[in-house]
Design a protein around this ligand. Sequence first.
Ligand code: SF4
Length: 455
Amino acid sequence: MKYFFETYGCQMNKAESSSFEQLFLEHGWTAAEGPETADFIVINTCSVRATAESRIDGRLGFYTMLGRQRKKAGSSFTLAVVGCMAERLKDELKKQYPVVDYVIGTFQRYKFDDLITAAENGVKAGPIEEEPVYTFSEFSYEPGAFQAYVPIMHGCNNFCTYCIVPYVRGREVSRSPEAILHELDLLSAKNVREITLLGQNVNSYRWNAAASASGSAAHPTEDDIDFPVLMQMIADHLRETKSNIGWVRFMSSHPKDLSERLIDVIAKEDVFCRHIHLPVQHGSTRILAAMNRRYTREDYLAKVRMIREKLPGVSLTTDIMLGFPGETDADFEEAVTLLQEVRYEAAFMYYYNPREGTKACTMPDQISMEIKKARLARVIETQLEINRTEMAKRAGTTVKVLCECVSKDNPDELLGRTEQDEHVVFMADASLIGTFQTVQLLELTGNTFRGTLLK
Ligand code: SF4
């Protein structure tokens, strides 16, 4: 039997889809080339932006048609909607799209295995209860991959006023260090070379074995394993086991929770990539307060200085949002000057989109689309100029690169990624894909370096 996945949104969704895929493979299923030939289709949804939900609505229209055709032809057809939109809209989705067999919310995913068995038997599984807490999947490995995402925590307690995540993903839950280290061993055995530790806010990772065993709400204690301690455990474990994993990244970090202790661990362990994604969201303290980010512009800049001092050569990237309700021209200028001051290597820039169910959605002084677009355009122009200047300074340096794939433009070249998260193309044989190599960066073309492979 065959499965097909459509995955939207963040890396957490991609990791979850990979772990569901493992279940299908364990049952002996194979991947379909497209939805038309699949017996079981999974749509892993995203609710972060309204546009993502409208896209999924469009896809469900397509699946309504496909489901009718397949059922008329007597073919097996099961459609499951999972992820944030499934959690947010639950019964509504089912009512609006009767073609959907299962709507699996955040706290029901532990039952996925039963749904596969039911499809194999040509029946429908009964109602699925909710688990009181989020259950982590064991293994989010994509067959053949040499890079993998490893979820370490889930949910968010921060309630930024523009964000739907805490409502659809629930409160923070961390995974046990033993389960994380075990997954690293499994990935190393599959020859995975690079992992990214994932969480809605990885810096909030906190494991208390006693509290977890009793199911009680954890109050922080001195014995807890927090993110810096976990990172040290990971570095020691990879060294002791002579793991194939050579690079470790992590995301996403909330600036208020990124500690000096964490940066000290990264500084002394080469396995951690010198790249930190630190979403600032805005440069005005007044707007940061309205967003409930719980740090000021000055707090953020102080962390940037600390990181750069302790991790020479680190690359910093960010997310920044323009046009939040109440943003004045002066606030906007502070966003621009923050970019100019930090000089990020890259930034994800976007304008505020009201999200139904969040506090910011009903705030006064919403900004017109015209102004939002104009502000975004100016910020993009500023950041592109910074990118070009900062990246050009790296030309001539020698770097370690993980070879990712054959270049799209030239089959004799490989595309690789540096520790600092830059792309580089260079002449090399495809047999090097999935290995670390040393490359000298030459000139910059667009956002990609041209390089030379060094022996
Ligand atoms: S930290 Fe803020 S933006 Fe990030 S997931 Fe939590 S509420 Fe959303």
